[in-house]
Design a protein around this ligand. Sequence first.
Ligand code: BDR
Ligand code: CA
Length: 324
Amino acid sequence: MLTRSMPVLLDCDPGIDDAFALAYLACRSDVETVGVVTTAGNVGQDDVLRNALGLTALLGADIPVARGADQPLVEPMMTAEETHGPHGLGHAQVGECGRRPDERTGAQLWVDLARTYPGELVGIVTGPLTNLALALREEPELPRLLKRLHVMGGAINYRGNTGPTSEWNIAVDPEAAHEIFEAWGQASRRLVLGALQATEVIRMDEGHRQAVAELGDHPVVAVLSDALRFYFEFHQADGLGWCAYLHDPLVVAHAVTGRFARTRPLAVDVELAGTLTRGQTVGDELGRWGKEPNVDLLCDVDAEGFIEHLISTLREGLTVRSGE
Ligand code: BDR
Ligand code: CA
């Protein structure tokens, strides 16, 4: 299928920073979000699905939203209400919006859209990799069908935010992440990975928080603003100060603009067996494994440039949309 703009599939677990990522994509006129898949992660599947349906409805984005897996491949499910609030959007809530989820599973939507837009679809995952791993089992050609795959996950030579060395999206489903890193090791295009040492450069401060609160009267602004306030409270309670790391939007913005970070190639895999380090992403900096790099790792992040871009994209997109 031919589209004039860039077709994007977002697989997410909204989630406060996922909500910003969804809104950002909806505000870009050069991007067509052709599907959203939800993964249980920050909160359970019922909540992430309701949030994705509610946010896309508020954003006027009439796109398929598919319910993904309820559970990781192997691990028992874990959720992070203390980080993202009781239903995933902090102090905000989106109620039932009347929109129905797509009839397909999340994995099937991945496969169908990759086949519909062969060589064109940009896949972005800002949650655990469960759905994509299930899709890959169904369609092993996925790494060649996608134009690119961008993932927020992992921590390379950097502390974790879940276990001491593990990052949330990978820690929730390490086996799924391992399958994806393996598969992209065989592909001609490397997976683009935004790990914590890059995404934690995006540290929103009080001035940024106020700028979000003053974005305008579009109904999504209140949701983002109330969600972000909770995220600040969580980061402060976690000892990080009055701030919030906005991980997912950086990865999404880099995926669709190529801006705000450089990349460097690296062979990356996930520790599955460690007793202390399960879920850690390990980068082979010295080439000890003798494997070709499977990842382009985000580095040299332009935090101020990105935050300004995020806020101005939201302001412009949401102003146009509230005036429609
Ligand atoms: C990642 O985990 C989630 O809490 C965020 O939404 C982000 O995708 C950061 O580790
Ligand atoms: Ca997320």
